[in-house]
Design a protein around this ligand. Structure first.
Ligand code: DQA
Length: 161
């Protein structure tokens, strides 16, 4: 089982940008914590960050046949990108939208997500811990899918040829 983590624009600036909102933690430290949880949960994990909308769309498309689930912080594209929304819909993989800040407690333009309606769930407002919560949710979703597949295979195995 493999999880693809996708980080949108300016998240490479974590630890430097608006520390009063996003805190002092750097992106690579968040990723180290996610990696540790992935290892513990025996799932593969891969990380990608881009400031470009088209590159994020490309990465989502590449997930098809390569990954089982996506954790994405689309950053500012959350509020604007029909292209990212369509890509998530197209690959039809379980996806969790994740935000460090509570987007619903901020400016009005951040209170609308074009991405959330095509996701399995959304985590927002827990600081860097939002990513851990997304990991717990994603591992649970993937385990449920795996259990369902195994139950179906067992049922089919029982049917007479
Ligand atoms: C963010 C929230 C977005 O509104 C903003 O544009 C970001 C970060 C967050 O993680 O809180 O860049 O996605």
């Amino acid at each position: 089982m493999k999880i693809q983590v996708i980080q949108g624009p300016n998240l490479n600036m974590l630890g430097v940008r608006e520390q009063n909102i996003y805190g002092p933690m750097k992106l690579e430290d968040i990723h180290s914590q996610m990696k540790a949880y992935a290892e513990q949960s025996k799932v593969e994990i891969d990380f990608f960050q881009s400031n470009l909308e088209g590159e994020i769309v490309d990465k989502i498309q590449e997930c098809l046949g390569d990954s089982d689930g996506i954790i994405i912080n689309p950053a500012a594209y959350t509020h604007t990108s029909i292209a990212i929304r369509d890509a998530i819909k197209a690959v039809a993989l379980p996806t969790i939208e994740t935000h460090i800040s509570n987007v619903y407690a901020r400016e009005e333009f951040r209170q609308k997500s074009l991405i959330a309606p095509v996701c399995a769930g959304q985590v927002t407002g827990f600081g860097p811990f939002s990513y851990h919560m997304a990991m717990v949710g994603m591992v649970q979703i993937l385990q449920e899918i795996e259990n369902m597949k195994q139950a179906q295979a067992a049922q089919q195995g029982q049917k007479p040829a």
